[in-house]
Structures are given as C-alpha cells and as structure tokens.
Design a protein. Sequence first.
Length: 158
Amino acid sequence: MKLLVLSDSHGRVGMLEKAYETHPDTDMIVFLGDGLRDISRAFTGCEKTVVCVRGNCDGITFDTSFAAHALQETVLELEGVRVLCCHGHRYGVKSGLSTIAEYAASKNIQLVLYGHTHTPAKTRCGGAVLFNPGSASTGSYGIVYLKDGAVLCSHGEV
C-alpha cells in the first residue's frame, strides 16, 4: 500500500495537487492538518481514500466535505501496521518527540505520522517509526509504503 502524506499546506492548494500528480498511483492520501480547507479544494471528488486530521490552525469548518469531519487524531490499521495520524501540536513535537513516542509505545503504534514542525523528519524511537512529511506549503511531502507489517518512508519535493 502506498500513502501520500501531506501536512501544513497553509493555503497552498497547488502544492497538494502537484504532489498528487507526481504520485497518481497512491492508494491513500493522509493529510496531517493545518490546511483542511486546502485539502477539501484539492481532493473533493477524488476517488482515492483521503484521511484528514485537524491541526492547530484548523478552526471549525462548515463545509460538507470529508475535511469537515476530521478528528484531532486517528489510528489506522493498514497492512498489519498500526498507524497514528496526528498533527503533533498536542504532543509538543516542536520541543521534542519523547511524548509522542511514549504515547505510541503505550498504544502499540508502529508508525506515527505527524506534522506541525514544517521540517521533514524520519526517526525510529523504540518500536515506532516517527515520520513528518514536512510542509506542503514549501513543496515537501512524504511517501510511505506498507506491506505485511513492514514500513518504508521517504520524502519528496515538488
């Protein structure tokens, strides 16, 4: 399974669209917050599964798209991998990853997808991979491959 992971578009809808155009074989799009209105504009009507979570800059939205129903975080079970999708601000990721890593360990999470810092990052902490796609507003995105419990993450730019 191939995931296109996006975060922090902050009004740059075109960057979201370019990332998808670069990876049309994506099975699922995961948006990690701070641009729910952008994700609605870019992907409403898209035939792919789109998972969204709220960021600290995402207020209440009154549209009727999938973004209107975004949670603060969600856990997905994909290809034998427990995946936490969150923005990261509630775990203080700008100050370090220990809190989110401890949470992941307590919930048996193997992959944490988070944003908020605008900086692409990939690290392993305990049994979890912590992956930040960077900011879509600057053209950064992430690609995650999941198969039979294995995780492979990489970064890209448009």
